[in-house]
Design a protein around this ligand. Sequence first.
Ligand code: NAD
Length: 480
Amino acid sequence: MDNKRITIAFGDGIGPEIMRAVLRILQAAQAPLEWDVIEIGEAVYRRGVLSGIPPEAWDVIRANRVLLKAPVTTPQGGGYKSINVTLRKTLGLFANVRPCKAYTPFVASAHPLMDLVIIRENEEDLYGGIEHQQTVEMTQVLKLISHPGTESIVRYAFEYARAYGRRKVTCMTKDNIMKITDGLFHRIFNAVAEEYPDIQAEHQIVDIGAARVAAQPETLDVIVTPNLYGDILSDVAAQLAGSVGLAGSSNIGREMAMFEAIHGSAPDIAGKGIANPSGLLQAAVQMLVHLGLGETAQTIENAWLCTLEDGIHTADIYREGLSQKRVGTEAFTDAIIERLGRAPERLQPSRFRNTGIEIRFSVPRPCCKELVGVDVFLDWDESDRNPDVLGRKVEALSGNGLSLRMITNRGVKVYPGGLPETFCSDHWRCRFLAQEGQKAEYNQILDLLRRFNEAGLEVIKTENLYTFDGVPGYSAGQGE
Ligand code: NAD
């Protein structure tokens, strides 16, 4: 088999020590790899490169497509940007993969059987940073969920399950409330799941799902979820497993992938030879599976599990009575190498497949998209915010093919026929629709906005209303 070429970065603090340990293990396991070394991190920041990544490093990262990265130190202040955020955004790394596993009794955990993986969408949802303040009282953020973005992450989750011999993928969304955005995520999950009959698929509303992560994590296997839920769930799950210091994570893109430990550069113990290389080794194992080298990954993972089981522990996981021998980075690495070819007896041995992980997604077929109306958002703070007063003013603006359907405040219908108990902010949404079965023209919307302006009403934004193959692409008002 041809060697695979990867990029490695030694990082800062304990980075070089743990990377040397991991490379020794990879070589001892005869992983068919070659690597190019790039310099990123503290020294590069200090040379005035605010991203911490020099141009020549980008060329190598892009050519080799797979990066194994030791932790780097981000200097405080000074406009320095996080290398991780830069790599994730620039390279389109859409999936964050965070295995959370208990290694009881060798590492204390309240959930000894926990062994789950959170696959978090990493580019969309509320993390686009598109936020506005629109009125004195109201702020908003745009939540973006796309078909290709969702299909990529969902397919990745099923492919991951296959490569790692896992049995079940659980999708977590809040589509009982966000029927269009989270609804799309759920629908695509259902459709993709049909192509993987060998993997059990289930959906759970994220609040109940989060409770299950906390109370019965052993009932979960692979979780796939949008960005924000995944962000929260992966931190909760990592803490519950009790193995934060042993965990690796990966960031996967359609072209590129990056693998790293969860912990940082630990400057307090750098150079002392006591750092635990397990987090970065876990990252390397994930990288091998990603590259289709599941057999080598399995050999290394099982040797590592044997080492834990034999009680040979670095200081961070050493426990009197449980551990047999307290060792430094070098001796821990030697112990793993000595155990290559062995399988653990008490911990569950790992079984990875050599299939690699294919990233696929489709673009939805074009459909019949028709403009049928507009939501006009207003900043209005007059007449004690009486919806009927605003309603009468806005009603009078109907005409030229568009008529007022309703006014909502914070999503709740307040005109016509609202309740006096509903609290109204200074932020209003007026929905205008073309007649049933008729299309709207954009010129009619422009004309309507001109009438709003002439009536002295402050339009803060508009949102066009479309149907897709006759199905409304907009939500109804609460109480409509
Ligand atoms: P940290 O994870 O580096 O250290 C937290 C504690 O855990 C320290 O006491 C440390 O000694 C210990 N620790 C961490 N890794 C260990 C290991 N492998 N073996 C034994 N003990 C270990 O977190 P921090 O101190 O908040 O951050 C230090 C630096 O790391 C900061 O500059 C931060 O920006 C950076 N950082 C980088 C990454 C990354 O590159 N992905 C992630 C987190 C933090």
